[in-house]
Design a protein around this ligand. Structure first.
Ligand SMILES: [Zn+2]
Ligand SMILES: [Zn+2]
Length: 144
């Protein structure tokens, strides 16, 4: 490590290592990382719309369904009691780059537990709720 640092210092002193332009691949990765961050920021901003969120939860309750994760069935109230009552994350199922700034309908929203929501967004391409559901089933079957 110290040897590497020293050879870099020498390279800089000798002028060999100044301002190397990034190779094309690095530039492309930077741009897609930036785009990814922007998309996820927009995505979360849209999901934070409180009115849509409570309308979605009310609709599910009105249908007589429990407030549970659509991918793994986790129910916060069942595990955490009253503290978890009606707690759930709301996920926008239509990728933003496909719909631009159009209006969100309640059917565009899926209810997810915090773990499943994170797993959908942990890397790109994002999984659909159905894909995550299938993944969970495959995992539990291959489990033991
Ligand atoms: Zn879940
Ligand atoms: Zn989401």
């Amino acid at each position: 490590m110290r040897a590497a640092a020293e050879s870099i210092r020498q390279g800089v002193r000798s002028g060999e290592l100044i301002d190397l332009p990034p190779v094309e691949e690095e530039v492309e990765q930077d741009i897609s990382a930036l785009e990814g961050r922007l998309l996820i920021r927009k995505h979360y901003a849209r999901e934070r719309n409180r009115k849509l969120r409570s309308q979605k939860i009310d609709k599910v309750l009105a249908q007589g369904s429990p407030i549970a994760c659509e991918a793994c069935d986790f129910d916060f109230a069942r595990t955490y009691g009253p503290r978890g009552g009606n707690y759930i994350e709301v996920h926008h199922i239509v990728p933003l780059h496909h719909i631009g700034e159009s209006k969100t309908r309640l059917d565009d929203l899926a209810l997810l537990c915090a773990n499943c929501h994170r797993m959908i967004h942990v890397s790109r391409p994002w999984l659909t709720v159905d894909e995550l559901h299938v993944l969970l089933q495959e995992q539990s079957q291959s489990g033991d």
